[in-house]
Design a protein around this ligand. Structure first.
Ligand SMILES: [Mg+2]
Length: 344
């Protein structure tokens, strides 16, 4: 079944996609249906706003990304940025540009993923726009969230001797992407080739259906820990560490042996003949949290499940370095995933 978008028209499409949306949050006063949404935040809150633009062929590849997964991921990566400020996401607006290749059913799939993510993270869809594009699919999502006035965490607060922590594990989303790209190449060569993903489900999930670390933000609040700096890992650990250190005017030491890596990531790196630490340090799209805490929180943070201590902040003149298993020091470089630097 394929319904052309033209049969509904722009307003018809928006109405169709946003049908039945109920606003769940106190701060969402009015959503889709007027010239603007109306939000109301209490005076003791700080309002956070983040936005993200995703282009087909640059940020995602529809030959192996189901539209429902894409909808889910497009929402979650924005929630992740709000959590990275120690906040809670509350509303999103969704703007889409579509070529004639896409049908109403395709957009139903995309919105099903988007709405599932919003339901799971308790976020309201309060507006958006759709328009036509000459070629491909473009997605722009803006997310609005809140934080207690004195609890917002920036990138610039890391201090000498603070402990550096990361949640979850690193490099899996990057290995998932490598795997999908390899199967795509195989598929192009042989018509009847079936992709072989058995035993690699975790890597695919990390690439196609990432989650934002709402749970870690809640655990930190329960433990009464306010990080001195924080950001989410979207471009790779090296690159994000350099952001924190530059903005905090500090240096750092991180230890190779403490970088959390899943078993499947290690197996896949071996299969691809790639350096595992390089994948974990520079692979993007993990959406884990990187944060620093005062050394006084050492005991509390080492007991926290799902969080690993990977190093410490130093004085700026010591620079930023990775200490390998055999004790060598390597200066950190930002080789993070940056589509603007790719020669495509
Ligand atoms: Mg971020």
């Amino acid at each position: 079944m394929r319904t052309e978008i033209a049969t509904l028209g722009e307003f018809g499409l928006i109405k169709h996609l946003t049908e039945g949306i109920k606003l769940e949050n106190e701060s969402s006063k009015y959503g889709v249906g007027d010239d603007a949404a109306v939000l109301s935040y209490p005076a003791d809150k700080q309002v956070l706003v983040t936005t993200d633009l995703l282009m087909e062929g640059v940020h995602f590849d529809l030959t192996y990304t189901p539209l429902k997964h894409l909808g889910y991921k497009a929402a979650v990566v924005n929630f992740s940025d709000i959590y990275a400020m120690n906040g809670t996401p509350k509303q999103i607006t969704v703007s889409l540009a579509l070529s004639k290749r896409f049908s109403v059913e395709d957009m139903d799939e995309f919105y099903a993923g988007l709405r599932l993510a919003c339901q799971q993270y308790k976020v309201d869809i309060v507006g958006g726009d759709t328009t036509s594009s000459l070629t491909g699919f473009a997605i722009s999502i803006t997310c609005i969230g809140e934080s207690d006035k004195d609890k917002v965490v920036y990138r610039n607060g890391a201090k000498d001797t603070d402990l550096i922590c990361v949640s979850g594990d690193l490099g899996a989303a990057y290995m998932g992407l490598q795997l999908l790209e390899r199967e795509k190449a195989v598929f192009k060569g042989e018509q009847d080739a079936q992709p072989d993903f058995s035993g690699k489900e975790y890597l695919l999930e990390r690439q196609l259906k990432p989650e934002a670390r709402k749970d870690i933000i809640e655990k930190l609040a329960t433990a009464n820990i306010v990080p001195t700096s924080m950001m989410d890992i979207s471009d790779g650990l090296s690159s994000e560490l350099l952001h924190i250190c530059t903005q905090s005017k500090a240096g750092c030491r991180v230890y190779e042996e403490h970088i959390p890596i899943d078993y499947q990531t290690a197996v896949m790196a071996e299969e691809f003949n790639m350096n595992l630490t390089t994948c974990a340090m520079n692979g993007g799209e993990d959406y884990e949290l990187l944060f620093t805490v005062p050394i006084a929180d050492h005991e509390k943070i080492s007991e926290m499940e799902g969080v690993r201590l990977i190093g410490h902040i130093t004085k700026p003149e010591l620079g930023c370095a990775l200490i390998t298993r055999d004790g060598q020091e390597f200066e950190l470089k930002a080789q993070g995933w940056n589509p603007l630097q790719e020669n495509k």
